[in-house]
Design a protein around this ligand. Structure first.
Ligand SMILES: Nc1nc2c(ncn2[C@@H]2O[C@H](COP(=O)(O)OP(=O)(O)OP(=O)(O)O)[C@@H](O)[C@H]2O)c(=O)[nH]1
Ligand SMILES: [Mg+2]
Length: 398
C-alpha cells in the first residue's frame, strides 16, 4: 500500500515543499535571531548542501586566508565560523603561555568563550617561545569555533640580549632574591616582561590587528560581557582599558622612574598636553607613586605601542638594561607610557567586566552585576582596597 502523504502530495512535490519550508524557516531564524546564523552545526549542514554562499560572506578561513597580512603558514582552525567581518572590530585575543600552562589556558579560554566570544568569534593568537605541542593545540582548538593561531616568538624578541652584562644581571638577581622579591631569580620571567613591554605587538600573527585583549592562564571572567569592548574602544578612540589598578613593589624598579624622567627631558614633545600624570605621581612627576594598571588584563590599541612615542620610549628603556639588571614589569612600563603619551580620556576602566587574577579581583555591582549574571560577590572587589589606585584614576576626572 502506498504511504499516505500529507495533503495527498506526490513524493517529489512533498520533498520540494519540505525543502522550501526548511530554507524559509532558516532565513526567518537568521533574520530574527542574530545568534542562530552563528550555529556551527547548521553552517556545516548548509556548507554540505552548497547553500553557504546564500547566507554568508564566505567562511572565516576564506576571509583570513585572503588577508594579505596573515602569513600563509599560520595554522587556522575551525574554518566554518560565520560572523560577518563588519560585526567585529579589528581585534584579537592574545595569550602568551607555555605548554605546561595547558590546564589554566583551557580554563581561561573556556570562560572567555562562554561569557563573551561565543557570540562574536574574535580570533585567538597564542604565543610561546617554543613550539606548542600537538596535544596543546588539540585541547585548545576544541574550545572555540573562532580562528586560532599558534605562533612561535622569534628568539631575539624573547631571550636576554648578548649585550647585557651577565655578571651584573646575576648579581642583581641574587640581591633581589635576598630581599625576598617574587620571581627575583627568574630569567624567563624577565624575558616575559620585556616581551610584553616591547615586542608582542610586532609578532607577525598580531601585525594584522589593531586591538587586543590579553588573557592569562587560570584567570576568571565572572560576568557575561553584554556588549563588544573592542567596538567600544574603537568607537570612543580609547587606547587602554583595565579592570584592576594597584601599587608596584618598588624594589623591582629602583631606577625606572629616573630613566623615564631622563627620556621626558630629552623628548618633551611626546608628552600629551592632556596626560594623566596625576595617576602616577603626586608631585607633577618628581617621583613615581608606583600606581599601575594590572597588565594581566589589558584591552588596548596596539597602534599606540607601535607609534613613535612608545617605540622611542621602549628603545630608551631597553638601552638601560633594566629588564635584566632590575626586574622592570610590563605593567608599570605600559602604565607610565599610557599616562604620559595618551590623553587621559583614552584610558578606560572596564567597570562592567568581572575579572580575577590571583590574588585580586574586580566584581561589578548593581544592575551590571545582575544583568551580567556575575558569579562573584559584589562586596569582594579590590576597587577601593588600600593598595588599589582606582581612586587616583577616578580623581583624574573629578
Ligand atoms: N611561553 C612562555 N610564557 C610565559 C613564560 N613565563 C610566563 N609566561 C606567560 O606570561 C604570562 C604572565 O606570566 P605569569 O607567570 O602569569 O606572571 P604574573 O601574572 O606576574 O605572575 P602570577 O602571579 O604567577 O600569575 C602568563 O600568560 C604566562 O603563561 C615563559 O617562560 N614562556
Ligand atoms: Mg599571571
Amino acid at each position: 500500500m502506498a504511504a499516505v502523504l500529507p495533503f495527498q502530495m506526490s513524493p517529489r512535490r512533498f520533498v520540494f515543499v519540505l525543502f522550501v519550508f526548511v530554507l524559509s524557516l532558516h532565513y526567518l531564524l537568521t533574520i530574527v535571531f542574530k545568534d542562530y546564523g552563528h550555529l556551527p552545526s547548521f553552517t556545516k549542514f548548509a556548507d554540505r548542501l552548497g547553500l553557504s554562499k546564500y547566507y554568508s560572506n564566505g567562511t572565516e578561513n576564506e576571509r583570513y586566508n585572503n588577508h594579505s597580512l596573515i602569513p600563509s603558514d599560520t595554522l587556522i582552525a575551525n574554518a566554518n565560523f560565520t560572523v560577518n567581518d563588519s560585526d567585529r572590530a579589528n581585534a584579537t585575543f592574545v595569550f602568551l603561555c607555555r605548554n605546561s600552562d595547558l590546564p589554566g589556558v583551557v580554563a581561561s579560554i573556556q570562560q572567555m568563550e562562554d561569557r563573551f566570544n561565543r557570540k562574536h568569534g574574535y580570533p585567538w593568537v597564542l604565543l610561546n617561545e617554543v613550539p606548542f605541542t600537538e596535544e596543546f593545540k588539540e585541547r585548545v582548538r576544541v574550545l572555540t569555533d573562532a580562528p586560532i593561531h599558534f605562533g612561535q616568538i622569534p628568539a631575539e624578541h624573547w631571550y636576554q640580549p648578548d649585550w647585557i652584562d651577565e655578571e651584573q644581571a646575576t648579581a642583581s638577581r641574587l640581591r633581589m632574591m635576598a630581599q625576598g622579591i617574587i620571581y627575583a631569580g627568574s630569567v624567563p620571567y624577565r624575558n616575559m616582561c620585556r616581551f610584553n613591554s616591547g615586542f608582542f605587538f610586532q609578532h607577525e600573527l598580531l601585525r594584522p590587528y589593531r586591538y587586543y585583549w590579553r588573557v592569562e592562564p587560570e584567570v576568571k571572567f565572572f560576568c557575561d560581557v553584554t556588549y563588544d569592548p573592542f567596538k567600544f574602544m574603537e568607537a570612543n578612540n580609547k587606547v587602554y582599558g583595565f579592570t584592576i589598578s594597584l601599587v608596584e613593589w618598588e624594589a623591582t624598579i629602583p631606577t625606572l622612574w629616573d630613566t623615564v624622567k631622563e627620556f621626558i627631558v630629552n623628548n618633551p614633545k611626546y608628552v600629551s598636553p592632556d596626560n594623566s600624570i596625576g595617576y602616577i605621581s603626586g608631585n607633577q612627576g618628581e617621583s613615581y607613586n608606583l600606581c599601575h594598571y594590572w597588565s594581566n588584563f589589558e584591552i588596548a590599541d596596539m597602534d599606540f605601542w607601535r607609534g613613535e612615542a612608545y617605540q622611542k620610549f621602549f628603545e630608551f628603556l631597553e638601552s638601560k638594561g633594566g629588564f635584566y639588571y632590575e626586574r622592570w614589569g610590563d605593567a608599570p612600563v605600559h602604565s607610565i607610557a599610557v599616562s604620559l603619551f595618551a590623553r587621559k580620556e583614552q584610558v578606560h576602566f572596564f567597570r562592567d567586566i568581572g575579572y580575577r587574577h590571583e590574588n585580586f579581583q574586580h566584581c561589578p555591582s548593581g544592575d551590571v552585576w545582575a544583568r551580567g549574571r556575575c558569579a562573584c560577590d559584589p562586596k569582594d572587589t579590590f576597587d577601593y582596597h588600600p593598595n588599589s589606585c582606582l581612586r587616583k584614576y577616578e580623581d583624574l576626572f573629578s
